[in-house]
Ligand binder design. Structure first.
Ligand SMILES: [Fe+2]
Length: 238
């Protein structure tokens, strides 16, 4: 889909969210996110155009940004786009009443939360691990586990950096109250391992009480590979 016209209210919502979230991420976000954020240079006052995003991200990592009218793309479709290194951003913007927390991913989440990371080749490599495993999975249980592992790492994970806990997940980056709760130590934190995450029910429509902490992006890749590699190898062996 080509670029579309957003309303004045939607641009204003973007500007307000951007103004609220930037000081928070500067203080508490992972250095990886901030490195990508500084490279991407999102506009503060208006929703970025697709042309802008695709002038920055494909040269950096080979990923392309694609807009969709769908508000919540289902996982099978999502991972087919992922497999082509295409990142979907929705045209939906949260209403003003949900400025500080929205249960549904909106374009502010998709763009502000996710896209800075897609300026970093080693982060793109992390994301590129998911689709091959998801598409090779043979049972609903395997697919659910893969989604759950994504949810508690790239969407809602924390990371240890220089002895401090920083915010890593994109769903936290774009959400005001939940970001503050996560950053200021008000939740329960557990080490990110396959076993810890598999034992936990995914929370979709309320804020999290339990979060998982990675030691580094490399540790996360190693941990994910422990679950993903056998699935991918089994499919290859056919
Ligand atoms: Fe997301």
């Amino acid at each position: 889909m080509d670029d579309i016209e957003f309303t004045a209210v939607q641009h204003q919502t973007w500007a307000e969210l951007y103004a609220r979230q930037v000081p928070r991420v500067r203080a508490h976000a992972s250095a990886h996110y901030l490195a990508g954020f500084d490279l991407l240079q999102l506009p503060a006052e208006e929703i970025p155009t697709l042309a802008f995003l695709n002038s920055k991200i494909p040269p950096a990592t080979g990923w392309t940004v694609v807009r969709t009218d769908t508000r919540y793309t289902d996982s099978d479709e999502w991972y087919r786009f992922f497999d082509r290194h295409e990142f979907l951003i929705t045209n939906y913007m949260r209403p003003w009443e949900e400025l500080d927390w929205t249960p549904e991913p909106d374009m502010f989440h998709d763009i502000f939360g996710h896209l800075p990371f897609f300026m970093l080749p080693y982060y793109a490599e992390l994301q590129e691990m998911f689709a091959p495993a998801y598409l090779a999975a043979q049972t609903e249980e395997e697919r659910d586990t893969i989604k759950q592992l994504a949810w508690y790492s790239t969407e809602f994970g924390m990371i240890r950096e220089d002895g401090e806990m920083k915010v890593f997940g994109t769903g936290l980056m774009s959400g005001g109250d939940e970001f503050a709760n996560a950053a200021e130590g008000r939740l329960n934190y557990h080490p990110f391992t396959i076993e810890n995450v598999m034992g936990h029910d995914k929370v979709l429509y309320e804020q999290h009480r339990d979060l998982y902490v990675i030691e580094s992006i490399d540790q996360l890749k190693t941990e994910l590979a422990r679950y993903f590699d056998p699935i991918v190898e089994r499919a290859r062996a056919g």
